[in-house]
Design a protein. Structure first.
Lengths: 944, 291
């Protein structure tokens, strides 16, 4: 089945439609109920998508596809649920909430799950089926009118057959489910062309998303979110592969058509009272419905699918309320004629997204004063002149910043540093040697450095600051020119290490509040300009953190350390230190930075190189699945030998020296046991495996191993990894400078981690100085990891999204309560991944937490939790913590993890003779105490 | 789309009385499927040299003309560049009369012109016409004649698909939401109705009423090309009545066509819905039930 991938698109925060006008048709066919959506009936069905968030006007980040089918016996329903957490790369496999095993209990709503409601006009009540990712399900009926939720009747048994399937694959994490419900339990089988009503929702726990194909203004148990479900004999196979960008100008809705029903796609866009309809016929294969957004502001969008020969409607989406930002070029045109995209315009016109070809044919004293979004289009500077004609390639909405700060703006700290990253895409159809990114910074902000990473752009010239005004605002322009022939590459195809990093300093006296910066690309040689894209900037408080002494606060810095221009490193380092960060991997010390470094170790040839060993010992290369020797990796059985141990010990010092005798060495290991970097397919390894488990015969290949001995092989490989870890740990402590520490990073302890990341933490206890795990907080997995590592300090991570430069959705950030939760769980430290997507909000939060940790470090490093000593009314155990210091004192932490202010009424089992002091105010409180926390804040008390 | 460039090195020029006929051989491969156009002078003289047709029009509607190769159930497009003096129009005569392009004023600069047409019978002729009463001269170059692939159509019965007028309002029809209808006068695009990819004859039943007279020339059209015969509405005493237009041949129609009428400029019309069907004999009762 074709997988769908949507990019999240912003939708205007206008009121949603009060009634859902959608239609989904179900065709006849019978799938095998195994959770896998590879049946012909699903391929030749209509995939209802995208899903939008409940009570919101945004498309869900975790997208889903809903399908229906039917035969004489059953109604069939399938869900395809894209799940980033199931992509092993994201190291969040543990975050899948899959615990529900019961029936008809509300505990199902704590799982990743879907819910579907069906209204048969002939039945007295609505049928309601909720299915967990575990396959366990609830079924009940609800009234057709009134309060559905509180009148659920669980006496009804659907007789449903349910199967789910979880796919944990790199780049393709998802889960899917199939349901078959007998007609006899749904009030009878419909006739061809009958219509029912239906609503469906997905509950995604990690991102806390509730989303539906139908608009969900309140909750799924509301008649407003029901759409039509039509039963018909045959439907076209339609899968949406990409939703439009909804930018002014040309847009496209991409679909894949299968089966033998040619379709006609239609979309309607309505600005005010002006409705425009676009249609496209597609017989089979990939197709695109193209349409223009010829307006700006809020508009409505819907699309439908009909048979191309009979216009019979099979599918109609809800009507989405969206917003498109347009750019209008307007002003005065004198002494000639202006053409925008070959259309003569009098005093300006609308610009489309992307390239706009401007031509001005002068007929005397030319005067061209055109403004777009307060930006004055220069003339004749930058234009190309040929005879009496001036031409300009003017781009709009073109340059790309990552992450996409345009949702909320970027938050910066007074006196802080902000990194902004841009895609130097070049321009379509041009090869140019002077691609220039122009950055207009408001007063109070200045560019410290700008460069690419590695040697990608060996020469980058920065001109500026040049004072300028835009509207009533004053800016300083910095023009950053890449002196390299640049061929156009779409921004989503520019690899992350080929972006352009800009380091900006914020004055400590810059007024708090909202301002804006702007950026645009240009090329003088090719007469290319761009309408500057403005970005909201929110100036917030300075960071006020403190580095703990023995508690690590580690920031993964991405490509920062590979910037060619390193002159901003001291300032960046100072900012990190102000936030309480103790170490990073940007290697800023070589350029005057003061933070400590950590360094990843692995067996790639640019890291700990085993190729010399391989050359000296022929036949020791790792063998891949195709039977070919690996160029860099050694056979794992060979790595278990004393000979290799000696090689490792001997070369470790040189390796360490190469990395400036870094004080923390980490092995980030997230490599599956069947296909990972330590997986060797040679007969020697298979024999070692067979010997260890006393198998009657040596397996011949990995297919046989995975089919017959999956659990044994997993344990075998986990042990091999543990042996290598032990070698590293002992070597580091015996061969390197005292104080050098060693850690392993991987997922929380679980069967998934053992198999997909190749690590069983219980085999590593005492063999690493720090166990680094993450991300997020799954209590079961957290406790399992703590139990597996009774003698090892833990560092727990926080991952920030987006993760890839292709992802354009809203950035995540930490609140103080969020980071304090991690700190309370981890006795070794916290790590943040990664710097590229952070802004002042997370740094400010980090400062609040590191200061508290530094001032009360003995509580955070003692690994003593006494959660039972505290009760907080209406708070879950995840929302408070009591830490002991082993000397009879306690630190009480209460967290507000919600988006609004929240009161707390707490009762602490205060030991006799102790006082409880609220640390921020210094006031003593009773054992029963209360207070109010702002969104994302934490309260902290300490006994004395 | 197959393109037939009419500007080839092997151009043959021949004299034919006072008119000069220019004939151009199309490429062999394409020619096997689509023969070349043969341009002839009309009310004037025609010369062809260096890829440029030079036309001296003696009077109004003088110019050059070519009969389109017989291509039943196909749509074709002609593109060219033109410059000269006076007013000009590109036009096609075919199944249901003339399709006229826009009248443009020529200058010394080359400017693109284009016209497309669908013909069921395959009989049509393209004309470059001077719209100036006096004698004028103009030049034409870069003539491209493109014939669309035959439309892929399926035979399917459509019992009756309701097309609400507000939902399918024409580009310049005035919308009256309260009355749930659209309004227009002669030449207005009252409705823009969809044409499915259906090989059967398509009938459009239009629910229409008029004021200031009876509409005697109601038809379906595509940008000036009539696609159906003219139909006269019957006296309905200012009340809505059903009028059948069609059959429309989907092979030659674009995806949307317009409901239009001609006649007295005082005539006004209101349409609240239409019904699309392959059944040529739907009753009023059946039409009212269409969904």
């Amino acid at each position: 089945m074709k997988k769908t991938l949507f990019t999240a698109v912003a939708i205007a925060s206008t009121a949603m439609a009060m009634a859902d006008s959608s239609l989904i048709s179900a065709g006849m066919g019978t799938p095998v109920i195994d959770g896998k959506l590879n049946d012909t009936v699903w391929q030749n069905s209509i995939g209802a998508a995208p899903f939008t968030l409940a009570k919101s006007n945004s498309f869900a980040k975790q997208q889903s596809v809903l399908r229906y089918a039917w035969d004489d016996e059953n109604l069939y329903i399938s869900f395809f649920c894209k799940a980033e957490i199931l992509d092993p790369v994201n190291n969040k496999l543990h975050a899948l909430a899959a615990n529900y095993k019961g029936h008809d209990k509300d505990a199902i709503y704590r799982d990743d799950m879907v819910e579907i409601l069906l209204e048969n006009p002939a039945a007295p009540r609505i049928f309601d089926i909720a299915v967990s990712v575990t396959g366990a399900f609830n079924d009940c009926t609800v009234p057709k009118n009134g309060d559905m939720w509180h009148h659920r009747d669980f006496k009804w048994e659907s007789g449903a057959k349910v199967a789910t399937y979880v796919n944990k694959e790199v780049g393709n994490g998802f889960w899917s489910l199939e349901i078959a419900v007998p007609w006899k339990n749904l009030g009878g089988k419909p006739q061809n062309n009958d219509q029912w009503l239906t609503a469906a929702a997905r509950f995604e726990k990690e991102s806390r998303e509730v989303s539906g194909f139908h608009l969900i203004p309140t909750g799924i148990h509301d008649k407003q979110c029901f759409g039509k479900l039509k039963f018909t004999s045959k439907v076209p196979g339609v899968t949406v592969t990409a939703m439009p960008e909804f930018a002014p100008g040309g847009n496209g809705l991409k679909v894949q058509i299968s089966g033998n029903v040619p379709v006609e796609l239609t979309c309607k866009t309505t600005f005010g009272n002006d409705m425009e309809r676009s249609r496209q016929r597609i017989r089979k294969g990939a197709g695109e419905l193209k349409f223009n957004l010829n307006g700006s502001g809020n508009f409505k969008f819907s699309w439908s699918i009909a048979g191309s020969s009979n216009l019979k409607e099979y599918f109609r989406s809800p009507e989405y309320s969206l917003s498109a930002r347009s750019s209008k070029l307007a002003g005065t045109v004198k002494g000639g004629k202006l053409f925008i995209n070959n259309r003569a315009v009098k005093n300006g016109g609308m610009l489309q997204s992307g390239l706009n070809k401007l031509a001005f044919k002068a007929e005397g004293a030319a005067e061209l004063k055109l403004v777009c979004d307060n930006w004055q289009l220069p003339f004749p500077a930058g234009w190309k002149k040929s005879g009496n004609e001036y031409t300009l390639n003017l781009f709009s909405e073109f340059s790309t910043i990552w992450p996409n700060w345009h949702f909320d703006g970027v938050y910066v700290n007074q006196g802080g540093i902000q990194q902004l990253i841009f895609a130097p895409t070049g321009f379509p159809g041009m090869r140019l040697g002077d691609y220039t990114l122009n950055l207009d910074l408001p007063e109070g902000m200045k560019l410290l450095s700008a460069s690419g990473y590695y040697e990608i752009y060996p020469s980058v010239t920065v001109k500026g600051p040049m004072a300028m005004t835009c509207g009533k605002s004053k800016f300083n322009r910095y023009s950053i020119t890449i002196n390299k022939n640049l061929k156009y590459t779409k921004s989503d195809k520019v690899p992350s290490h080929e972006w352009l990093g800009c380091i900006i300093a914020i004055d400590k006296n810059m007024p708090k509040g909202e301002t804006q910066l702007a950026y645009h690309a240009s090329s003088a040689a090719q007469a290319v300009a761009e309408v500057p894209r403005t970005l909201k900037v929110n100036v917030i408080d300075a960071v006020n953190g403190r580095q703990p002494k023995n508690y690590r606060v580690e920031l993964w810095a991405g490509w920062l350390g590979r910037m060619l221009d390193k002159k901003a490193f001291p300032a960046i380092s100072d900012y990190f230190i102000a936030a309480g960060i103790t170490e990073d991997n940007a290697e800023m010390d070589a350029a005057g930075g003061k933070t400590k470094n950590f360094q990843l170790i692995n067996f790639k040839n640019w890291n700990f190189n085993c190729v010399p060993y391989m050359k000296a010992n022929p036949g020791t290369a790792q063998i891949n699945a195709a039977g070919k020797p690996h160029a860099e990796y050694l056979c794992t059985t060979e790595m278990m030998t004393e000979k290799f141990a000696e090689y490792f010990r001997t070369n470790l010092k040189a390796w360490h020296k190469h990395y400036n005798e870094v004080q923390h060495i980490d092995w980030d290991f997230e490599s599956g046991v069947f296909n990972g970097s330590l997986t060797c397919h040679c007969q020697r390894c298979f024999k070692a495996f067979a010997d260890e488990f006393k198998l009657a015969a040596v397996p011949q290949n990995m297919k046989e191993v995975s089919a017959r001995y999956a659990s044994q092989w997993t344990a075998f490989m986990n042990r091999r990894f543990a042996k290598l870890v032990e070698l590293m740990y002992k070597s580091i402590h015996s061969e390197l400078k005292a104080g050098t520490v060693f850690s392993v990073y991987t997922g929380y302890q679980s069967e998934n981690t053992k198999r997909h990341y190749g690590v069983d933490w219980s085999m590593l206890d005492g063999k690493v100085d720090y166990a680094m795990v993450g991300y997020g907080r799954n209590l079961k997995a957290l406790i399992a990891t703590q139990k597996a590592l009774p003698n090892t300090r833990m560092i727990i991570g926080e991952l920030y999204y987006p993760y890839r430069t292709t992802e354009r959705f809203k950035t995540t950030y930490s609140t103080p309560s969020n980071l304090m939760r991690r700190a309370c769980d981890a006795d070794g430290g916290i790590l943040l991944y990664a710097y590229q997507t952070l802004d002042g909000r997370t740094f400010h939060a980090l400062g609040e937490v590191t200061r508290t940790v530094a001032e009360n470090e003995e509580f955070f490093t003692s690994d003593q939790r006494h959660t039972d000593m505290l009760k907080v009314r209406a708070y879950s155990e995840a929302e408070y913590e009591v830490l002991g210091n082993g000397k009879g004192d306690y630190l009480v932490v209460i967290l507000n993890i919600t988006n609004g202010s929240r009161k707390y009424d707490a009762e602490f089992a205060l030991p006799a003779g102790k006082k409880l002091i609220e640390l921020k105010s210094g006031k003593t409180v009773d054992a029963k105490f209360s207070g109010t926390l702002k969104a994302g804040e934490f309260a902290i008390y300490r006994t004395k | 789309m197959k393109k037939l460039s009419l500007l080839l090195a092997g151009a043959v020029i021949c004299a034919a009385g006072t008119a000069i006929c220019a004939e151009v051989q199309a490429p062999a491969k394409a020619a096997a499927k689509t023969p070349a156009l043969r341009w002839q002078a009309n009310r004037g003289t025609l010369k062809f040299a260096d890829g440029v047709y030079s036309i001296n029009s003696q009077r109004y509607q003088g110019g050059m003309r070519a009969v389109v190769p017989k291509l039943p159930n196909r749509r074709f497009t002609l593109k060219a560049e033109i410059r000269g003096e006076g007013k000009f129009m590109l036009a096609v005569s075919g199944d249901f009369g003339w399709r006229y392009g826009n009248t443009i004023t020529l200058t010394g600069e080359w400017r693109p012109v284009e016209i497309s047409y669908g013909t069921a019978t395959g009989e049509a002729a393209i004309s470059f016409l001077s719209m100036t009463n006096a004698a004028t001269a103009f030049e034409v170059r870069n003539v491209e004649f493109t014939v669309a692939e035959p439309a892929v159509l399926d035979a399917d019965d459509i019992e009756g698909k309701l097309l609400p007028a507000l939902e399918y309002a024409g580009s310049n029809a005035r919308k009256y939401k309260a009355q749930n209808c659209v309004w227009g006068k002669r030449w207005y695009h009252l409705m823009s109705v969809p044409v499915p990819a259906n090989s059967k004859g398509l009938y459009y039943y239009v629910h229409i009423k008029s004021a200031n007279g009876i509409i005697k020339d109601l038809y379906l059209q595509d940008r000036g090309q009539r696609l159906t015969k003219s139909v006269a509405c019957s006296e309905s005493d200012g009340k809505y009545a059903w009028v059948k237009l069609g059959p429309v041949n989907a092979a030659i129609a674009p995806q949307n066509i317009s409901v239009t009428f001609n006649g007295d400029p005082k005539l006004e019309a209101w349409v609240d819905k239409a019904v699309l069907s392959t059944n040529p004999a739907l009753t009023a009762e059946q039409l009212e039930k269409a969904e």
